[in-house]
Design a protein around this ligand. Structure first.
Ligand SMILES: Cc1ncc(COP(=O)(O)O)c(C=O)c1O
Length: 386
C-alpha cells in the first residue's frame, strides 16, 4: 500500500478544467502582475475571513512582516510568539530589528498559553531592556488560538495582536474568524496549506484601511499610496515616488486566478477535513495515543492531524513499513535552533514545547482521504505495540 501525505492531485482532478480556464485567461490578458484577479481574490478572501479588507502578498512570511513594518516595530521592541511553530513566525521579527520573545504553549491545543504570555510580558517589563509591542498567536495545525484570553492581555498591555493563521485560515472560534480579536490575520498559500495555490503566496486581513494603505506601500517598494499624496502636487509620475523603504511582495495574477477557484470549494473542503478528523478520533479512541483536542467552540481546518505517542519514532517507522507516510511538526522548537537560541524566553522556560517536540506525529490529512486508506492507517496504528 502507498498513499500520499497530502493529496493535492485529487483536488486538482476535481477542478482542473476551471483552473486551466483561469490560467488561460491570465495568459491571454498579459496582466501578469497585479492583474484584476488579484483585487477580485482579495475581495473574496476578505469576505470569507469576515474582514473588511485583504492585502495579498508574495508569501505567508512577508504577510507577518508587513504589519510589523507598517506599525514601525523596530529595535528595542519585544514581539511575543510561540516557539512551537514554523520558522517564519519568529523569523520576521529580527528583520525589522525587534526581538522575539518565546512563550510556551498549552499542552492540549499546542497553541499559545495565555498565562505564560502574561508571565513573559511581566518578565520583559521587569527587566526593562525591551518594550512589549506585539503578540503573534499561531493557529497551529489549523485550530484557533485562545483569542479571547490573548486579546484581553493585549488590551491590558497595549499590544498589537497578529494572528499567524498560515495553517489555520478558515478556522473559527464561536463562529468568528481570528480577525474578530486580532489586529491583523495573516495566511500562506503555500501549496500544502489548507488554502494553497500552485507556488508561493500570502495575505494579510485587516479591518483598518489606513493600515491596508501602508502595507500596500510596503509590499511594492514603499511606493507612494493615496494618503501620501493628499495636498501635494508633483511634476512627475507618482508611480515612481517612494515614500518609505519597502519590499517586493506581490501575489502573481496567475496564483490569484487559481486561488479564486480554490476558494470557491474551500468551505466544502473544510467540512471534508472535519469528517476525516472525526473518523480518526473515533477510530483511534482507546489506542495508546493522544488525539488532538480543539479549543471549546473552535473549528479547525485541520492543516495537520497530529497525534502523540511516547514512542513516536517507532510508530513512524512501523507506519512507513506499511506504506503510510507521516511527518513531525516540529522536531526542533525554534528557541533551541542556533540562530534563535539567544533570544529571550518567557519566565519558566518552554517545558511543554520541548516535551511536545518528542511526541508529536502528523498523519495523512487532506479533504479527499479515502475511507479505506484511513481505515488502514487506523488499523496500523492500533496494531503497533511499541
Ligand atoms: C505557522 C506558519 N507561519 C508562516 C508560514 C510562512 O508561510 P510561507 O511559506 O508562505 O512564507 C508558514 C508556512 O510555511 C507557517 O506554517
Amino acid at each position: 500500500m502507498s498513499m500520499p501525505f497530502i493529496d493535492l492531485a485529487a483536488q486538482q482532478r476535481r477542478i482542473r478544467d476551471k483552473i486551466d480556464a483561469a490560467i488561460a485567461k491570465v495568459l491571454d490578458s498579459g496582466a501578469y502582475v497585479m492583474g484584476p484577479q488579484v483585487r477580485e481574490f482579495e475581495g473574496r478572501l476578505a469576505e470569507f475571513g469576515q474582514a473588511k479588507l485583504a492585502l495579498s502578498c508574495g508569501n505567508g512570511t512577508d504577510a507577518i512582516a508587513l504589519p510589523l513594518m507598517a506599525w514601525g516595530v523596530g529595535p528595542g521592541d519585544a514581539v511575543f510568539c510561540p516557539s512551537f511553530t514554523f520558522a517564519a513566525t519568529p523569523e520576521v521579527v529580527p528583520w525589522v530589528g525587534a526581538t522575539p520573545v518565546f512563550v510556551d504553549v498549552l499542552p492540549d491545543t499546542f497553541n499559545l498559553d495565555p498565562a505564560r504570555l502574561e508571565a513573559a510580558i511581566a518578565g520583559i517589563k521587569a527587566e526593562g531592556k525591551l518594550v512589549p509591542k506585539v503578540v503573534i498567536a499561531v493557529d497551529l495545525f489549523g485550530q484557533p488560538a485562545d483569542y479571547p484570553a490573548i486579546r484581553a492581555i493585549c488590551d491590558r498591555e497595549g499590544l498589537k495582536l497578529i494572528s499567524d493563521s498560515a495553517q489555520g485560515f478558515g478556522c473559527t472560534l464561536g463562529g468568528k474568524h481570528p480577525l474578530h480579536w486580532a489586529d491583523v490575520a495573516t495566511t500562506s498559500f503555500f501549496p500544502a496549506k489548507p488554502l494553497g495555490c500552485y507556488g508561493d503566496g500570502g495575505a494579510v486581513l485587516t479591518n483598518d484601511q489606513e493600515l491596508w494603505d501602508l502595507m500596500d506601500s510596503y509590499r511594492v517598494h514603499g511606493k507612494a499610496v493615496a494618503p501620501d499624496l493628499v495636498g501635494r502636487t508633483f511634476d512627475h509620475d507618482t508611480k515612481y515616488l517612494n515614500t518609505r523603504i519597502g519590499m517586493n511582495s506581490r501575489l502573481d495574477t496567475i496564483q490569484a486566478a487559481i486561488l479564486i477557484e480554490k476558494l470557491a470549494i474551500f468551505a466544502e473542503e473544510i467540512a471534508l477535513r472535519q469528517g476525516v478528523a472525526d473518523r480518526y478520533a473515533e477510530g483511534l479512541e482507546g489506542a495508546v495515543i493522544a488525539t488532538p483536542k480543539v479549543i471549546d467552540g473552535g473549528v479547525s481546518v485541520w492543516a495537520q492531524y497530529v497525534i502523540e505517542h511516547e514512542n513516536r519514532d517507532g510508530l513512524a517507522t512501523h507506519l512507513k513499513t506499511q506504506g503510510i507516510p507521516t511527518a513531525v511538526y516540529y522536531p526542533v522548537p525554534m528557541h533551541v535552533q542556533a540562530p534563535y537560541a539567544d533570544f529571550p524566553r518567557g519566565a519558566g522556560g518552554l517545558p511543554v514545547t520541548e516535551a511536545k517536540a518528542e511526541t508529536v506525529l502528523a498523519l495523512p490529512m487532506h479533504p479527499y482521504l479515502a475511507e479505506d486508506d484511513q481505515k488502514a492507517i487506523i488499523e496500523a496504528i492500533r496494531a503497533f505495540n511499541g
